[in-house]
Design a protein around this ligand. Structure first.
Ligand SMILES: [Cu+2]
Length: 130
């Protein structure tokens, strides 16, 4: 009986502490996908910026500000995965996005206008389980 009473008292004493701990613990922040922008300026036949450094899990959005369509594709035979990127031509005023999950180098070009080239360097996000 004494033991039961002791347990009861301990429960009464510790429960509010545990509850308080739960309340004061900082809420786990919701994962926010970081989005990087690459612009295709009007009449310039280039990507801006041409070189981009991001972390795994982040997204790149290509925004076409030109008056012609420009597709995005990995350069065949180059980089970490030469099939990583492939889009239909992005229409003027439209955009196209891709999320990079694996660290590496991702050179790309516009397969209509070969002079348009860029590269995305993806490094492992620190402090995250892979
Ligand atoms: Cu193009």
């Amino acid at each position: 009986m004494k033991v039961v009473l002791m347990l009861g008292i301990m429960w009464i004493l510790t429960t509010p502490l545990l509850m308080a701990q739960e309340i004061t613990q900082p809420a786990t922040p919701e994962p926010v996908t970081k989005v990087h922008e690459v612009h295709i300026p009007k009449g310039a036949d280039k990507f801006e910026p041409p070189v981009l450094k991001i972390k795994t899990g982040e997204t790149v959005t290509w925004i076409n500000e030109d008056d012609r369509g420009h597709p995005i594709a990995s350069i065949p035979g180059q980089g970490t995965n030469d099939k990583e990127l492939f889009s239909a031509p992005i229409a003027p005023g439209k955009s196209w996005s891709h999320t990079f999950k694996k660290a590496g180098e991702y050179p790309y070009f516009c397969y209509i206008h070969y002079v348009m080239m860029g590269v995305v360097f993806v490094e492992d996000a620190q402090g995250q389980a892979q």
